[in-house]
Design a protein around this ligand. Structure first.
Ligand SMILES: [Fe+2]
Length: 243
């Protein structure tokens, strides 16, 4: 897989959304089914809960998943979710409890297709071992901003994550969104690449080799709506002994 190779060589990879639309599991060619599944997924973002652990107007739900012997995914909260203070000195160091993904999401075929492909990616990447020995986290995030209340990640600056490999899949963003650009840096004083996830399923995947950040999300003060949103799925893979 060329993207896994790019991640190994460069510390990040951008995967265009068109790649995911070509996956048979995603049902893109069965438009009616695909659009119904996508609509269900987009609706789920309205049911997320405001993150009580960090500022920044992010609404969240979280699950972990495992593959059973029949390659089916099962979901739950199997191990405590902790961001260490080492990797997140801003709001790390405490065990966090986020609401479980809704049943509608857990049964969504698009989510399953994305997860199976991320797992195949990790198998092909090889640098973190078998995905069946890793903790797989699924975070649904909505950044929601108004003109005078931006939404932003934690930490907001260049950082590395606790997890060994992190996928950021874009599901949607409103046209009045400002910011939300991804930054890649070899060291915190030298920005190497600026990327924007713009189209459905556009994906950034990062490992520990480089720093990354996403710029705060604002809301353009024009037109009808004074609320902007950016909806993503984070899929994380972490060695269990490092958890
Ligand atoms: Fe991060």
């Amino acid at each position: 897989m060329e993207y896994a190779h790019h991640l190994a060589e460069q510390g990040y990879a951008f995967i265009p959304g068109s790649y995911y639309k070509s996956l048979p599991d995603i049902n893109y060619t069965r438009q009616e089914q695909f659009l119904a599944d996508l609509e269900n997924m987009k609706l789920a973002y309205y049911g997320l809960t405001l993150d009580p652990y960090s500022p920044g107007r992010r609404f969240r739900a979280y699950a972990q998943c495992r593959r059973d012997e029949h390659q089916r995914l099962c979901f739950g909260h199997f191990t405590p979710y902790l961001q260490t203070a080492k990797y997140n000195p801003d709001t790390g160091g405490i065990i966090r409890s986020y609401p479980m993904l809704s049943d509608a999401l857990i049964n969504n075929p698009i989510l399953h297709a994305l997860l199976h492909d991320d797992i195949r990616f990790i198998e092909s990447y090889q640098k973190v071992g078998s995905p069946d020995a890793l903790t797989i986290g699924i975070h649904f995030f909505r950044y929601q901003a108004t003109p005078d209340m931006p939404a932003y990640s934690s930490p907001v600056w260049l950082h590395k994550d606790d997890e060994d490999v992190v996928f950021v899949h874009l599901i949607d963003h409103s046209p009045n969104m400002l910011g939300g650009d991804s930054l890649i840096a070899g060291n915190p004083k030298c920005i190497e690449r600026v990327l924007k996830l713009e189209s459905l399923f556009d994906t950034l995947v990062v490992n520990h080799d480089k720093y990354h950040a996403v710029t705060p999300v604002g809301c353009r003060q024009e037109g009808e709506s004074d609320v902007s949103t950016r909806d993503i799925i984070l899929v994380t893979f972490q060695r269990r002994e490092a958890a």
